[in-house]
Structure formats: structure tokens, C-alpha cells
Design a protein around this ligand. Structure first.
Ligand code: UD1
Length: 420
């Protein structure tokens, strides 16, 4: 297994570009199940999760070729319908094949994703909605076993806002008979990106990006090409990296419109952000950041996928910050690790109370999930001495060449095999 060894104390300067969005790429890739033919997707990040979904699509008779951020897919049809445990256990987003498989191939057998480091994460809303659309679904031997004659469009009311749930049902509805209306739909930009792709495939969608989305099913979907949006979470993580080192960087390819809430919060704590042109910003920080509170919420609120990175900033900020996690029940695994580096954090219910300290000190720390690993890297950038971040396969699931990008900006990070 690999680890990162970070020598702290190097200020970041220079230019860096944001990669394509992981969370937009995955559902768009899954949507290629809906129509046979060839697809070229541009701006797909070369990440472990993307490679995992490629493997899964290969099992479903869809060839994939990912080179230089261009993903070429060829769906040759057939009736394969299984997403095995070995793949799903490494990536929960594999559940995204359930809706399109049912819509197109009328059958699906998808391993039930288990809990994960950030909580139980059930998929009951996905299953409820597909049942309402006429699917027969049983849980057998740890698998969701589903079949239908033809999915039928209907009204779906989600009990809570679910991102992949909304995406799964949008894809199911695209290949269903009649109209599906999703109430309490997720409005995250990645949901909108999937919707735009489906529309390019020939699906009529109304209300995309609002809480009520209407999808008109079609039997005439066509394979198409598409450019995936840039990654808003990576962009914000790079802003954190510049700010925590009191650096000064030029960040290109920032989906600024999707980051309004986050940028407001960054300005509040004293990060300088200057918009220089379309999707180009200059980020700098010249003094110790101020503390501020955040509460994670569904879009356009502060994203849960940025909570751990924001906490890293707060560990060395001036004052006390209260960080409340509203989306996942157990997303504070990074707290114990940050404390090993000298952070002063107390957990109370769903909040972390972070008292900013003058400095962190390098230590051996363990990444527990994707965003937690990014927060440990951020802390390592300014800690005294060396920080060893273990289990960075989590980081590689979702950040493209993160250590390389930071090194180009002046960080000192080595990737080493530690034989674990
Ligand atoms: C997606 C993102 C993830 C992000 C999350 C919240 C992808 C591939 N992943 O995950 O990075 O952190 O949105 O923005 O896009 N829930 C249920 N029942 C369900 C579905 C969800 O109870 O059927 C709960 C979850 O346990 C969680 C909340 O709803 O507490 C939100 O989860 P959801 O939006 O579904 O997250 P994901 O789509 O898995």
C-alpha cells in the first residue's frame, strides 16, 4: 500500500487546473447503459472510482478506453445485468447501474452496498422509487435482485434529498414508459450535468436543477458525446491548500457558479479570492485565517464533501469554530487523526468544536475516507516536520494527481510504498 510523506511548511505558489468532476462522470458513465452505440466523454478524471466503474461496465458488455481524460465507450447491448460484490464493495456509487439496467435490460442484480466509514448509507429511497415504477425487487444473499416488464413513469416523492437516488431514478425514468415526476429531487450541479447528458441522448426533461423534475421516458435514446463539468470539490480543496499555506495561486477551470456558498465562507475567514476571468481565480492568504462556523447541507448549502477540508483550515485558525455535519451521521473520522497532529477538537453530537492552535506537528495518520484523506494532506502541508498519510488509496479514488498538482505548486510530497 502507498502512503504520502509530506514535509510541512512550504508555501504554495503558481498555477494549477481543476480536473473533471468524479461525481458527474460516474452517473454519466452509468447512463451509457441506456442506449447501444459509441460515446466519447471528455474531461473524465483518471481516478480509481472511474476505473472501477469502467470494470463494471465491461462486465455489462460496454467497452471502455480511458486515455488523456477522454473516455470512449461502446455499448454492444446484450443482457448482462450483474454488479458483483467485489466491485460494489470498493465503490458504493456502483448502485448507479441499477436504474439504467432495469430500464434497458429489464433485470438487475446489484450487490447491496454496505455501510462505509462515513455512516450506514442505505439505498431504500432508490428501491422504493423503482418499486413504484413497477419493478419487482427482492434482497437475496446480499444482492438487490430486480426485474420488470417495462418500467412505468409515475410520481416519486423522496423522503429525503438523495444525490445518487435522484440520478438513478432519472436514468430509470429516461428509459421508462410515460412521465416520471420526482419531488424533493437533489439539485446538485452533478445531477444537472447528468440531466444535460440525458437530454443530449434525446430525453425530454423539465425542471432540471429544481426540486421537482419531470422526465419523459423514451425508447429512442441515442449514444452521444459529452464534456463533463469540472470538479467543484477539488477546486475548493485546492483553495484550502493555497490558503492554509498562506500561498498565492492561480486556479483555472473553477466552476465558480457552483461554489457561491463556499466562496462566501472562504471570504469570511479571510481568504482573498479574485475572479480574473471565466473560471479563473487568484487565491491568496497573507495572515492567519479567522474561525467561522459551518453546517453541511444539501446544495446550495455548504457541501458535506468539503467539511473535513474546512476543518483542517479551522485547526490553525484564529478562534473557535463549530462544524456541524447534517448529511452523514459519522463523518468525523478525520477528527482523531487531526488531533494526533495537535489539533484541539471536541466532538459533541453532530458537531465538532475546533479551537484553532498556533501550529500542527507532523505525525503518522490514517486516511479513513476520500475527503478525510484530503484534510490530512492539507494539515500535513503546514505541520512542523513530516506527516505520513497512510491508506491513500482513498485519496486516489477521488483526486486526480493530487500530490503531483501540489508539488508543482511548491509542496514537498513523496509517494512511497510502505509495504502495509
Ligand atoms: C453523493 C456523493 C457524495 C456526497 C453525497 C452528499 C456521488 C457518487 N457521491 O453520495 O460524494 O457526499 O452525495 O452530497 O455523487 N440516504 C438514505 N436512503 C437512501 C439514500 C440516501 O437514507 O436511499 C441518506 C444517506 O444515508 C445520507 C443522505 O441520505 O445520510 C444523503 O445521501 P445521498 O445524497 O444519497 O449520498 P450519495 O448519493 O450516496
Amino acid at each position: 500500500m502507498e502512503k504520502l510523506v509530506i514535509e510541512g511548511g512550504n508555501r504554495l505558489t503558481g498555477e494549477v487546473s481543476v480536473s473533471g468532476s468524479k461525481n458527474a462522470s460516474l452517473p454519466i458513465m452509468a447512463a451509457t447503459i441506456l442506449a447501444e452505440g459509441g460515446y466519447t466523454l471528455e474531461n473524465v478524471p483518471d481516478l480509481r472510482d472511474v476505473r472501477t466503474l469502467c470494470k463494471l461496465l465491461n462486465l455489462l458488455n460496454i467497452e471502455t478506453d480511458l486515455r488523456n481524460n477522454q473516455l470512449v465507450l461502446r455499448n454492444s447491448g446484450g443482457d448482462a445485468f450483474e454488479a458483483p460484490y467485489e466491485l460494489v464493495k470498493t465503490m458504493r456509487a456502483s448502485i448507479l447501474v441499477l436504474g439504467p439496467l432495469l430500464a434497458k435490460r429489464k433485470r438487475a442484480r446489484v450487490s447491496l452496498p454496505g455501510g462505509c466509514a462515513i455512516g450506514e448509507r442505505p439505498v431504500d429511497q432508490h428501491i422504493k422509487a423503482l418499486k413504484l415504477m413497477g419493478a419487482k425487487i427482492e434482497i437475496e444473499h446480499g444482492y438487490i435482485v430486480a426485474e420488470c416488464e417495462k418500467l412505468i413513469g409515475t410520481d416519486i416523492y423522496f423522503d429525503l434529498v438523495t444525490v445518487t437516488g435522484t440520478e438513478n431514478i432519472m436514468m430509470a425514468a429516461a428509459g421508462a414508459k410515460g412521465v416520471t415526476t420526482i419531488y424533493n429531487a437533489a439539485i446538485e450541479p452533478e445531477v444537472v450535468d447528468l440531466g444535460n447528458f440525458l437530454m443530449k441522448m434525446g430525453v425530454k426533461i423539465e425542471g432540471l436543477g429544481t426540486k421537482t423534475v419531470k422526465i419523459y421516458g423514451s425508447d429512442n435514446l441515442i449514444a452521444t458525446d459529452y464534456k463533463v463539468m469540472n470538479d467543484r470539490i477539488e477546486a475548493a480543496t485546492l483553495i484550502c491548500a493555497a490558503a492554509i499555506t498562506k500561498g498565492d495561486i492561480l486556479l483555472k477551470g473553477v466552476p465558480i457558479d457552483c461554489l457561491t456558498t463556499v466562496i462566501d465562507k472562504f471570504l469570511e475567514i479571510g481568504i482573498n479570492i479574485e475572479v480574473l476571468g471565466e473560471n479563473v481565480i487568484r487565491v491568496s492568504a497573507d495572515k492567519r485565517l479567522d474561525a467561522a462556523d459551518i453546517t453541511t447541507q444539501v446544495y446550495p448549502g455548504f457541501p458535506t464533501d468539503l467539511q473535513a477540508q474546512f476543518m483542517a483550515l479551522m485547526t490553525v485558525a484564529k478562534g473557535v469554530s463549530v462544524i456541524t455535519e447534517n448529511i452523514f451521521e459519522n463523518r468525523f473520522m478525520h477528527v482523531a487523526e487531526l488531533k494526533r497532529m495537535g489539533a484541539d477538537i471536541r466532538l459533541k453530537d453532530r458537531s465538532a468544536i475546533v479551537r484553532g492552535v498556533e501550529r500542527l506537528s507532523g505525525a503518522h495518520v490514517m486516511a479513513s475516507d476520500l475527503r478525510a484523506s484530503a484534510s490530512l494532506v492539507l494539515a500535513g502541508l503546514i505541520a512542523d516536520g513530516e506527516t505520513h498519510v497512510h491508506r491513500i488509496y482513498h485519496l486516489d479514488r477521488g483526486y486526480e494527481k493530487f500530490d503531483e498538482k501540489l508539488n508543482k505548486l511548491g509542496a514537498k510530497i513523496k509517494r512511497v510504498e510502505n509495504g502495509e
